[in-house]
Design a protein around this ligand. Structure first.
Ligand code: CTP
Ligand code: MG
Length: 414
């Protein structure tokens, strides 16, 4: 078998039911093929499915749309396309699921049944359902019911309903394969249509548990739902620069950082990337350069990458005694890895000493060089004798940074 790589066959399958007509959406095509943005409902659903752990994926398509479903599946699956196949659905959702069940591989032990119409379901929900299924128990994601509920009869309100006993069901719903198959045979024999797979499974006498679902796993049913989906995707586009086809628009973000150090210790002062030989030093894990540290926090904060303690704190002894150039160059690298370029940085120093203005240009140049040439400006002020800075006990610095996405984090998101 030299040269042949055997891919392990997954023990889980996800049946994506997409064979409905979408009567209530009325989108001019079967619901799964209605466009949300540049991509269809089915494509978005499959993107979520393929972002979850590897599984056999069976797409159940409306008769006559098998080829379209194949095309969507191939693109969404990428290098996992061997795991996917398309089958033809039936006249009811239950019949469509049954068609999917008939296409499962022999090794599959756990089956997840998922509505394509829940196009934005996060992959984490899919994985959580899969992990929660055991040999006897079915699992479904739910959300608490938030509205106050009433029992009605015509226009009369008959009574209240205790909503703490209720939960709204979502998909994917996960089951041990053997029990789900026999429950489907039983339903077929009975000729009963159940509202969902969990109900069908429970009717065969098996336990079902629920885990926390996601607001993003809502089902696209009406034109208003489609509008909501578009808004949610557009929000993500603004937040991350992610789009489906066109190049991402530039996205700018700001961050703030503060640092305080007390004067103390031996040696000379390091501040704003410069050595100040005749000044009292600042104490700290590194060289105590409060200007550099505030800038690092502003940059990390802007990119949402945590803070200076996480990346350079005492858990990183390699930075003990390090100077600004090292911190800033590493920070710039972390941002670049996350897809961000630095726009500019502005920092303000509060303290009596050193007298900063004489070396302002030099300091700005040193910090800017460490940040790959991004403009850095530093202002300095005293605090009128007030507070610890006024008493000459230490220095306080506040920095803000603006950064721009270079579009690469958009690719990671989409
Ligand atoms: N479904 C299916 N086969 C059917 C009916 C529904 O595969 N015969 C799928 C739908 O494609 C959808 C999911 O089951 O992903 C949930 O069904 P629903 O939201 O009711 O979709 P439609 O039946 O397409 O919509 P409508 O009821 O408005 O016609
Ligand atoms: Mg329907």
């Amino acid at each position: 078998m030299k040269g042949v790589t055997l891919i392990p066959v997954p023990d889980t399958a996800i049946i994506v039911v997409a064979a409905g007509s979408g009567t209530r959406l009325d989108g001019g095509a079967p619901k799964a093929f209605v466009g949300i943005d540049a991509h269809s409902i089915l494509r978005h659903a499959l993107d979520g499915v393929f972002a979850s752990a590897p599984a056999q994926v069976v797409v159940v398509a409306p008769a006559g749309f098998e080829g379209d479903a194949e095309a969507e599946l191939r693109v969404a699956a990428g290098d996992r396309s061997d795991l996917g196949r398309v089958v033809t659905g039936g006249g009811t959702r239950q019949q469509s699921v049954a068609a999917g069940l008939a296409a499962l591989w022999g090794d599959v032990r756990t089956v997840l049944v998922h509505d394509a119409a829940r196009a934005l379901t996060p992959p984490e929900v899919i994985d959580a359902v899969r992990d929660a299924v055991d040999a006897e128990t079915g699992v479904l994601p739910t959300l608490p019911v938030v509205d106050t509920l009433k029992r009605v009869d015509g226009d009369a309100v008959v009574g209240p309903i205790d909503r703490s006993e209720l939960a709204a069901a979502q998909t994917p719903q996960g089951f041990p394969r053997a029990l789900l198959e026999s429950a489907y045979e039983r339903a077929l024999d009975e000729g009963v249509e159940y509202t969902d797979d969990a109900a069908l499974f429970a009717a065969a006498g098996h336990p079902v548990r629920h885990i926390t679902g996601s607001p993003r796993a809502f089902k696209i049913t009406t034109p208003a739902d489609l509008e909501r989906t578009r808004h949610l995707l557009a929000e993500r586009t603004v937040a991350t620069g992610a789009t489906t086809d066109s190049p991402p628009p530039p996205v700018s973000r700001v961050g703030i950082g503060t640092d305080v150090h007390a004067f103390g210790g031996d040696g000379s002062l390091w501040l704003a990337g410069l050595e100040w030989p005749d000044e009292q030093p600042l104490s700290g894990h590194s060289d105590g350069d409060a200007v550099a540290h505030a800038i690092v926090d502003a940059l990390l904060g802007a990119a949402g990458l945590g803070d200076i303690g996480e990346h350079f704190g005492t858990a990183h002894p390699e930075y003990a005694g390090a100077h600004a150039a090292v911190f800033l160059a590493r920070t710039r690298e972390l941002l670049a890895d996350a897809g961000f370029a630095i726009g500019n940085v502005s920092a303000q120093l509060q303290g009596n000493r050193p007298r900063f203005s004489a070396r302002r240009i030099e300091a700005e140049g040193a910090l800017s060089a460490a940040l790959g040439g991004a403009p850095v400006s530093i202002t300095a002020t005293t605090t009128d004798g007030l507070g610890f800075t006024g008493r000459g006990e230490g220095i306080s610095v506040t920095a803000i940074a603006m950064i721009h996405s270079d579009g690469r984090q958009a690719e990671k998101e989409s």
